[in-house]
Design a protein around this ligand. Structure first.
Ligand code: ATP
Ligand code: MG
Length: 230
Protein backbone atom coordinates (compact mmCIF):
# COMPACT_ATOMS: atom_id res chain seq x y z
CA UNK A 1 0.00 0.00 0.00
CA UNK A 2 1.25 3.49 -0.84
CA UNK A 3 1.40 5.76 2.18
CA UNK A 4 -0.84 8.80 1.94
CA UNK A 5 1.03 12.09 2.41
CA UNK A 6 0.94 13.66 5.87
CA UNK A 7 -2.08 15.89 6.40
CA UNK A 8 -1.35 19.60 6.06
CA UNK A 9 -4.23 20.32 8.43
CA UNK A 10 -5.92 18.09 10.93
CA UNK A 11 -8.73 18.60 13.40
CA UNK A 12 -9.82 16.15 16.06
CA UNK A 13 -12.56 16.12 18.68
CA UNK A 14 -13.72 19.66 17.94
CA UNK A 15 -16.42 20.96 20.29
CA UNK A 16 -17.81 24.47 20.06
CA UNK A 17 -20.85 26.02 21.73
CA UNK A 18 -22.39 29.46 21.52
CA UNK A 19 -24.13 29.91 24.85
CA UNK A 20 -26.48 26.94 25.09
CA UNK A 21 -26.29 26.12 21.38
CA UNK A 22 -23.92 23.28 20.69
CA UNK A 23 -22.59 23.88 17.16
CA UNK A 24 -19.90 21.19 17.04
CA UNK A 25 -19.74 17.97 19.03
CA UNK A 26 -16.59 16.09 18.26
CA UNK A 27 -16.10 17.05 14.60
CA UNK A 28 -12.92 15.87 12.92
CA UNK A 29 -11.28 16.34 9.54
CA UNK A 30 -7.93 15.71 7.90
CA UNK A 31 -6.81 17.60 4.85
CA UNK A 32 -3.93 16.53 2.64
CA UNK A 33 -1.87 18.86 0.46
CA UNK A 34 -3.58 19.60 -2.84
CA UNK A 35 -6.82 17.92 -1.81
CA UNK A 36 -10.25 19.42 -2.45
CA UNK A 37 -12.82 18.55 0.23
CA UNK A 38 -16.49 19.56 0.24
CA UNK A 39 -18.20 19.99 3.61
CA UNK A 40 -21.95 19.54 3.24
CA UNK A 41 -24.88 19.02 5.60
CA UNK A 42 -28.15 20.67 6.62
CA UNK A 43 -28.41 24.32 7.62
CA UNK A 44 -27.28 24.70 11.23
CA UNK A 45 -25.26 21.45 11.22
CA UNK A 46 -22.08 23.38 12.06
CA UNK A 47 -20.40 23.76 8.66
CA UNK A 48 -19.43 27.42 9.03
CA UNK A 49 -18.39 26.91 12.64
CA UNK A 50 -16.14 24.02 11.62
CA UNK A 51 -14.63 26.05 8.79
CA UNK A 52 -13.93 28.93 11.19
CA UNK A 53 -12.26 26.53 13.65
CA UNK A 54 -10.15 24.96 10.88
CA UNK A 55 -9.02 28.39 9.68
CA UNK A 56 -8.21 29.68 13.17
CA UNK A 57 -10.92 32.34 13.05
CA UNK A 58 -12.58 30.69 16.06
CA UNK A 59 -10.86 28.68 18.76
CA UNK A 60 -12.80 25.54 19.68
CA UNK A 61 -13.89 24.94 23.29
CA UNK A 62 -12.03 21.64 23.13
CA UNK A 63 -10.27 19.56 20.53
CA UNK A 64 -7.13 20.27 18.54
CA UNK A 65 -6.46 21.79 15.12
CA UNK A 66 -2.94 21.50 13.75
CA UNK A 67 -1.43 23.11 10.64
CA UNK A 68 1.83 21.52 9.46
CA UNK A 69 2.05 19.84 12.85
CA UNK A 70 1.69 23.05 14.93
CA UNK A 71 -1.35 23.49 17.14
CA UNK A 72 -3.31 26.62 16.24
CA UNK A 73 -4.17 27.19 19.91
CA UNK A 74 -0.45 27.18 20.69
CA UNK A 75 0.16 30.17 18.43
CA UNK A 76 -0.04 33.75 19.66
CA UNK A 77 -2.69 36.08 18.29
CA UNK A 78 -0.19 37.73 15.94
CA UNK A 79 1.10 34.41 14.64
CA UNK A 80 -2.44 33.20 14.01
CA UNK A 81 -3.32 36.41 12.21
CA UNK A 82 -0.23 36.08 10.02
CA UNK A 83 -1.06 32.45 9.27
CA UNK A 84 -4.57 33.46 8.19
CA UNK A 85 -3.12 36.21 6.05
CA UNK A 86 -0.41 34.23 4.28
CA UNK A 87 -0.94 30.51 4.49
CA UNK A 88 -4.74 30.54 4.52
CA UNK A 89 -7.13 32.16 2.06
CA UNK A 90 -10.60 32.74 3.43
CA UNK A 91 -13.87 33.29 1.63
CA UNK A 92 -16.42 33.78 4.38
CA UNK A 93 -20.18 33.43 4.13
CA UNK A 94 -20.95 36.96 5.27
CA UNK A 95 -19.29 40.30 4.39
CA UNK A 96 -15.58 40.34 4.89
CA UNK A 97 -14.46 43.13 2.58
CA UNK A 98 -13.27 46.36 4.15
CA UNK A 99 -16.11 48.81 3.37
CA UNK A 100 -13.86 51.87 3.13
CA UNK A 101 -11.61 50.28 0.49
CA UNK A 102 -12.20 49.78 -3.23
CA UNK A 103 -12.23 46.29 -4.75
CA UNK A 104 -8.64 46.71 -5.92
CA UNK A 105 -7.48 47.92 -2.49
CA UNK A 106 -9.33 45.08 -0.75
CA UNK A 107 -7.61 42.48 -2.92
CA UNK A 108 -4.20 44.17 -2.68
CA UNK A 109 -4.42 44.50 1.10
CA UNK A 110 -2.97 41.09 2.08
CA UNK A 111 0.03 41.75 -0.19
CA UNK A 112 0.57 45.27 1.19
CA UNK A 113 0.44 43.94 4.74
CA UNK A 114 3.25 41.58 3.76
CA UNK A 115 5.37 44.48 2.55
CA UNK A 116 4.84 44.16 -1.21
CA UNK A 117 5.30 47.48 -3.02
CA UNK A 118 2.10 49.28 -3.88
CA UNK A 119 2.33 49.20 -7.73
CA UNK A 120 3.28 45.55 -7.64
CA UNK A 121 0.44 44.63 -5.25
CA UNK A 122 -2.04 46.62 -7.34
CA UNK A 123 -0.95 44.86 -10.53
CA UNK A 124 -1.36 41.39 -9.00
CA UNK A 125 -4.72 42.36 -7.47
CA UNK A 126 -5.95 43.67 -10.83
CA UNK A 127 -5.09 40.33 -12.47
CA UNK A 128 -7.17 38.43 -9.90
CA UNK A 129 -10.13 40.78 -10.35
CA UNK A 130 -9.90 40.18 -14.11
CA UNK A 131 -9.75 36.44 -13.62
CA UNK A 132 -12.99 36.60 -11.64
CA UNK A 133 -14.50 38.92 -14.26
CA UNK A 134 -14.94 41.84 -11.86
CA UNK A 135 -12.06 43.95 -13.22
CA UNK A 136 -14.50 46.74 -13.99
CA UNK A 137 -15.18 47.10 -10.25
CA UNK A 138 -11.56 47.98 -9.36
CA UNK A 139 -12.46 51.43 -8.04
CA UNK A 140 -15.87 50.43 -6.57
CA UNK A 141 -16.45 50.10 -2.83
CA UNK A 142 -18.26 47.02 -1.44
CA UNK A 143 -21.41 48.98 -0.51
CA UNK A 144 -21.95 49.69 -4.22
CA UNK A 145 -21.50 46.05 -5.28
CA UNK A 146 -24.12 43.31 -5.60
CA UNK A 147 -23.76 40.31 -3.28
CA UNK A 148 -22.36 38.21 -6.11
CA UNK A 149 -19.85 40.87 -7.12
CA UNK A 150 -18.64 41.21 -3.52
CA UNK A 151 -18.34 37.43 -3.34
CA UNK A 152 -16.11 37.31 -6.41
CA UNK A 153 -13.94 40.14 -5.04
CA UNK A 154 -13.65 38.15 -1.78
CA UNK A 155 -12.53 35.09 -3.78
CA UNK A 156 -9.90 37.21 -5.55
CA UNK A 157 -8.68 38.39 -2.16
CA UNK A 158 -8.47 34.85 -0.81
CA UNK A 159 -6.34 33.72 -3.76
CA UNK A 160 -4.03 36.71 -4.10
CA UNK A 161 -1.35 35.44 -1.71
CA UNK A 162 -1.26 31.91 -3.25
CA UNK A 163 -2.12 30.38 0.14
CA UNK A 164 -1.48 26.74 1.13
CA UNK A 165 -5.15 26.24 1.99
CA UNK A 166 -8.22 28.04 0.71
CA UNK A 167 -11.32 27.87 2.91
CA UNK A 168 -14.51 28.91 1.14
CA UNK A 169 -17.92 29.11 2.81
CA UNK A 170 -20.71 28.86 0.22
CA UNK A 171 -18.51 30.54 -2.40
CA UNK A 172 -21.25 30.32 -5.01
CA UNK A 173 -24.14 31.09 -2.65
CA UNK A 174 -24.79 34.59 -3.99
CA UNK A 175 -24.01 33.76 -7.62
CA UNK A 176 -26.17 32.77 -10.58
CA UNK A 177 -25.37 29.56 -12.45
CA UNK A 178 -22.90 31.10 -14.89
CA UNK A 179 -20.90 33.24 -12.45
CA UNK A 180 -21.11 30.42 -9.88
CA UNK A 181 -19.43 28.08 -12.34
CA UNK A 182 -16.81 30.70 -13.12
CA UNK A 183 -16.05 31.29 -9.43
CA UNK A 184 -15.84 27.57 -8.73
CA UNK A 185 -13.67 27.01 -11.79
CA UNK A 186 -11.25 29.77 -10.73
CA UNK A 187 -11.08 28.41 -7.17
CA UNK A 188 -10.37 24.87 -8.35
CA UNK A 189 -7.87 25.84 -11.07
CA UNK A 190 -6.00 28.40 -8.95
CA UNK A 191 -5.57 25.93 -6.10
CA UNK A 192 -4.49 23.16 -8.52
CA UNK A 193 -1.88 25.46 -10.08
CA UNK A 194 -0.25 26.05 -6.70
CA UNK A 195 -1.08 22.60 -5.29
CA UNK A 196 -3.02 24.25 -2.50
CA UNK A 197 -5.73 22.41 -0.61
CA UNK A 198 -9.30 23.65 -0.96
CA UNK A 199 -12.13 23.30 1.56
CA UNK A 200 -15.56 24.12 0.15
CA UNK A 201 -18.58 24.46 2.42
CA UNK A 202 -21.62 24.11 0.23
CA UNK A 203 -25.29 23.26 -0.24
CA UNK A 204 -24.75 23.04 -3.95
CA UNK A 205 -24.42 19.54 -5.44
CA UNK A 206 -22.44 20.87 -8.40
CA UNK A 207 -19.87 22.30 -6.01
CA UNK A 208 -19.66 19.07 -4.02
CA UNK A 209 -19.24 17.15 -7.29
CA UNK A 210 -15.94 18.86 -8.15
CA UNK A 211 -14.40 17.89 -4.80
CA UNK A 212 -12.15 14.84 -4.37
CA UNK A 213 -14.16 13.91 -1.31
CA UNK A 214 -17.25 14.98 0.59
CA UNK A 215 -17.56 15.24 4.36
CA UNK A 216 -21.15 15.36 5.63
CA UNK A 217 -21.88 17.13 8.92
CA UNK A 218 -24.95 16.34 10.95
CA UNK A 219 -25.66 17.90 14.35
CA UNK A 220 -22.09 19.05 14.73
CA UNK A 221 -20.30 15.80 13.91
CA UNK A 222 -19.08 14.11 10.74
CA UNK A 223 -21.32 11.33 9.45
CA UNK A 224 -19.47 8.09 8.87
CA UNK A 225 -18.72 7.55 5.18
CA UNK A 226 -19.50 4.36 3.26
CA UNK A 227 -15.91 3.15 3.64
CA UNK A 228 -15.61 3.87 7.35
CA UNK A 229 -15.86 1.22 10.03
CA UNK A 230 -19.29 1.16 11.69
N1 ATP B 1 -21.96 33.43 16.62
C1 ATP B 1 -22.94 32.61 16.97
N2 ATP B 1 -23.71 32.85 18.06
C2 ATP B 1 -24.69 32.01 18.44
N3 ATP B 1 -25.00 30.86 17.78
C3 ATP B 1 -24.30 30.58 16.69
C4 ATP B 1 -23.23 31.43 16.22
N4 ATP B 1 -22.69 30.86 15.11
C5 ATP B 1 -23.40 29.74 14.89
N5 ATP B 1 -24.35 29.56 15.83
C6 ATP B 1 -25.27 28.40 15.94
O1 ATP B 1 -24.51 27.21 15.81
C7 ATP B 1 -25.16 26.26 14.99
C8 ATP B 1 -24.29 25.92 13.79
O2 ATP B 1 -24.18 27.08 12.98
P1 ATP B 1 -23.34 27.14 11.64
O3 ATP B 1 -23.35 28.56 11.20
O4 ATP B 1 -22.02 26.51 11.84
O5 ATP B 1 -24.23 26.22 10.68
P2 ATP B 1 -24.11 25.96 9.11
O6 ATP B 1 -24.08 24.48 8.92
O7 ATP B 1 -23.00 26.78 8.54
O8 ATP B 1 -25.50 26.50 8.57
P3 ATP B 1 -25.86 27.22 7.16
O9 ATP B 1 -25.91 26.12 6.15
O10 ATP B 1 -27.22 27.78 7.42
O11 ATP B 1 -24.83 28.26 6.88
C9 ATP B 1 -26.51 26.86 14.64
O12 ATP B 1 -27.45 26.41 15.55
C10 ATP B 1 -26.27 28.36 14.80
O13 ATP B 1 -27.46 29.03 15.15
MG1 MG C 1 -22.93 28.41 7.25
Amino acid sequence: MIDAPEPILSAHGIHKSFGRTVALRGAALELRPGECVAITGPSGSGKSTLLHCLAGVLLPDSGVVTFRGARLDGLGVDERTRLRRISFGLVLQFGQLVPELTALENVALPLLLEGRRRPDAAAVAAQWLERLEVGQLATTRPTAMSGGEAQRVAIARALVTSPDIVFADEPTGALDTVTGELALDVLVKATRETEAALVLVTHDNRVAAVADREVVLRDGAVEPGPGDPA
